[in-house]
Write a protein that binds this ligand. Structure first.
Ligand SMILES: Cc1cc2nc3c(=O)[nH]c(=O)nc-3n(C[C@H](O)[C@H](O)[C@H](O)COP(=O)(O)OP(=O)(O)OC[C@H]3O[C@@H](n4cnc5c(N)ncnc54)[C@H](O)[C@@H]3O)c2cc1C
Length: 456
C-alpha cells in the first residue's frame, strides 16, 4: 500500500461504482485524485466470475436502460458494442403459489395490472383481488396522503394478495427488503406521482405508457456481453496513471487547515484538499463519527440487508427442464430458503454455452452464516421440488453480500435531506452511494458524478 500525501488531490473513499464514477469524472477533468478502496479489487458489489465458460454475476446482472447514466459511462469506456439487452421475447417470470410456479400475467408493470384478460385468466390471484384490481381504475386521488409503506400503498389499491404475491417478491429482488417497512415514496416515487395525478395507479400507468409510445424501444434491462465486470475492468484501466490508488480501509476523517486528513486502519494517513465519501452508509457513519456525530447518526439510521447469490452450473442435458423463462420469484409467504432464481442462459445471450445451464439463486441474509454445503443441499432440495431438477451441479459459486443493500425505509427521504444538509456544512466534502437517491447502478453513477460537480 502506498499512502503518499498530495495536498491538492481529491480523495474518493470507496471503489464501488459510485466511487469509480466520481474518480472517472475527476480523471476526465484532469483533476488530481486518489481512490482509496479497502479491497484489492475495485467494483464493490459488481463482480463477474467466468467459471466453466459461463459468465456468472456475483452481484448485479443488469441495469435499467431507461436511466441513461450507465449507458453513457459504458460509451465513455468504449464498450458500446458490448452492450446487450435481456431477451425480452423470452421474458416469463414465474411466481410460486401453493407449491406451483405460475407465470406472471402479461401486462403487469411492476405490480400494476394494465391488461384485463391475462389478469382475469391467471391463477396467480383470487377473484376478490381481481375484482379489486378492476375497480381500482376508478380510484380517486387521496388528499394529502401521508408517507406510506410499499405494502400500505399496494394494499390500498389492490389488496393484501397483491402485496404478498406481486409487490413483496418483485421488490425483494431489488432491495431484499420488507414491503411493510420500505417507503413507497422513496422506492416507488413514480407511482406516488401517478396516484396524486390520476388516483388510480392502473389509469396513471396506462396514460404514462401511451405518452411514452414512440420513445426509445429495446430491452428494459441492459448489460455487457462479458458481464458487468467488463465495466469495472475498463474503468480500472482508464483510471490507471490518472488517479492514484491506495488499498486500505479508512477509519476516520479530520479537518486540517488546508483540507482533510484521512486515517487508514494501518495508521497511515493522507492529506488531501477534498473528500468524496462513497462507502456504504454504515462504514461512512463510522468514518465521520468524530468529525460530525449528527451526520454519523443519520447515516447509521439507514439500515442495510445482506443477501447471497449462489449459482449452480449443470451440463444442459442432465437438467431435464426447458428453462422457458427468466426464472422465478418466491413470495415470503411461501416460506422457502430461495428468494428467487434466474435462468441465466435464457435471460441473456453470451452468458452460458449451449451445452450448459446456470441457475443463479438468491437467498436472504438470514442464512448467510450457514456453510456452503448446507446452503447448496437446501437449494438442491428446493430446485428438485420446484423444477424437478435432480442432477448434481457440475460446478457452483457462492457469494455472500453482507450489509450491501440499503433499505429505503419509512422516513428515508427526510433522512437523506438531513444527511445532505449536514454534509453541505463541511466545505470540500461530498457523499455518494446507493443509500441516497436510488439503489440501482445508474443512480449510483449519478451520485458519484454529482459529488464531483458539487466540489469542483
Ligand atoms: C446481489 C445484488 C444484486 C444487485 N442487482 C442489481 C441489478 O441487477 N441492477 C442494479 O442496477 N443494481 C443492482 N444491485 C444494486 C447495485 O449493484 C448497488 O447498489 C451498487 O453497485 C452499489 O454501488 P456503491 O459504489 O454505492 O457501493 P458498493 O458497491 O457497496 O461499494 C462501496 C465500496 O466501498 C468500499 N469501502 C467500504 N468501507 C470502506 C472503508 N472504510 N475504506 C475504504 N473503502 C471502503 C467497499 O469495499 C466497496 O468496494 C444489486 C446489489 C446486490 C448486492
Amino acid at each position: 500500500m502506498s499512502a503518499t500525501s498530495g495536498p491538492n488531490r481529491t480523495a474518493i473513499i470507496g471503489g464501488g461504482i459510485s466511487g469509480l464514477a466520481a474518480a472517472w469524472e475527476l480523471a476526465k477533468a484532469g483533476q488530481p485524485a486518489v481512490l482509496i478502496e479497502k479491497d484489492p479489487a475495485l467494483g464493490g458489489v459488481i463482480r463477474t466470475n467466468v467459471v466453466h465458460d459461463c459468465v456468472i454475476e456475483a452481484g448485479p446482472d443488469s441495469f435499467l436502460a431507461a436511466k441513461p447514466a450507465a449507458l453513457e459511462l459504458i460509451r465513455e469506456m468504449g464498450l458500446e458494442s458490448e452492450v446487450i439487452g435481456s431477451n425480452d421475447h423470452l421474458r416469463v417470470t414465474y411466481i410460486l403459489k401453493v407449491g406451483r410456479l405460475i407465470p406472471m400475467p402479461d401486462g403487469l408493470m411492476m405490480m400494476i395490472p394494465t391488461k384485463l384478460l391475462p389478469m382475469a385468466l391467471s391463477p396467480l390471484l383470487g377473484w376478490g383481488t381481481k375484482i379489486k384490481m378492476g375497480l381500482e381504475y376508478f380510484a380517486s386521488s387521496p388528499p394529502n396522503a401521508p408517507e406510506r409503506s410499499v405494502a400500505q400503498l399496494v394494499r390500498e389499491h389492490y389488496g393484501q394478495e397483491a402485496v404478498d404475491y406481486l409487490a413483496e417478491p418483485l421488490l425483494s429482488g431489488v432491495y431484499g427488503g420488507d414491503p411493510e417497512t420500505l417507503s413507497a415514496n422513496a422506492v416507488l416515487g413514480q407511482f406516488i406521482e401517478l396516484e396524486k395525478k390520476y388516483g388510480s395507479l392502473t389509469k396513471g400507468t396506462l396514460v404514462m405508457r401511451a405518452q411514452r409510445k414512440g420513445g426509445p424501444a429495446g430491452s428494459l434491462f441492459k448489460t455487457l456481453k462479458g458481464g458487468l465486470g467488463q465495466l469495472i475492468e475498463a474503468l480500472t484501466q482508464k483510471l490507471e496513471g490518472k488517479v492514484d490508488r491506495v488499498t486500505g480501509s479508512v477509519v476516520s476523517l479530520a479537518r486540517t487547515a488546508a483540507g482533510w486528513q484521512i486515517t487508514l486502519a494501518d495508521g497511515a494517513s493522507l492529506d488531501v484538499a477534498k473528500v468524496i465519501l462513497a462507502a456504504p452508509a454504515g462504514p461512512a457513519s463510522q468514518i465521520v463519527a468524530s468529525l460530525d456525530p449528527a451526520l454519523a447518526a443519520q447515516l447509521a439510521a439507514i439500515p442495510y440487508n445482506s443477501s447471497m447469490t449462489i449459482a449452480l452450473g449443470y451440463d444442459r442435458q442432465t437438467l431435464g427442464h426447458p428453462l422457458n423463462g427468466f426464472g422465478f420469484l418466491i413470495p415470503k409467504v411461501e416460506r422457502r430458503k430461495l428468494v428467487a432464481c434466474t435462468w441465466v442462459g435464457t435471460k441473456f445471450n453470451h452468458r452460458v454455452p449451449a451445452d450448459k445451464a446456470v441457475l443463479r439463486c438468491f437467498l436472504g441474509g438470514a442464512h448467510i452464516d450457514e456453510p456452503d454445503e448446507v446452503l447448496i443441499a437446501a437449494i438442491r432440495a428446493e430446485l428438485k421440488d420446484l423444477m424437478g431438477v435432480t442432477a448434481a451441479p457440475a460446478f457452483h459459486t457462492v457469494q455472500r453480500w453482507r450489509n450491501a443493500m440499503a433499505q429505503y425505509t419509512l422516513g428515508h427521504q427526510d433522512r437523506v435531506k438531513q444527511i445532505r444538509a449536514l454534509a453541505a456544512k463541511h466545505s470540500g466534502f461530498a457523499l455518494a452511494g446507493n443509500f441516497l437517491e436510488g439503489i440501482g447502478i445508474p443512480d449510483c453513477i449519478r451520485t458519484g458524478q454529482a459529488a464531483v460537480k458539487q466540489l469542483h
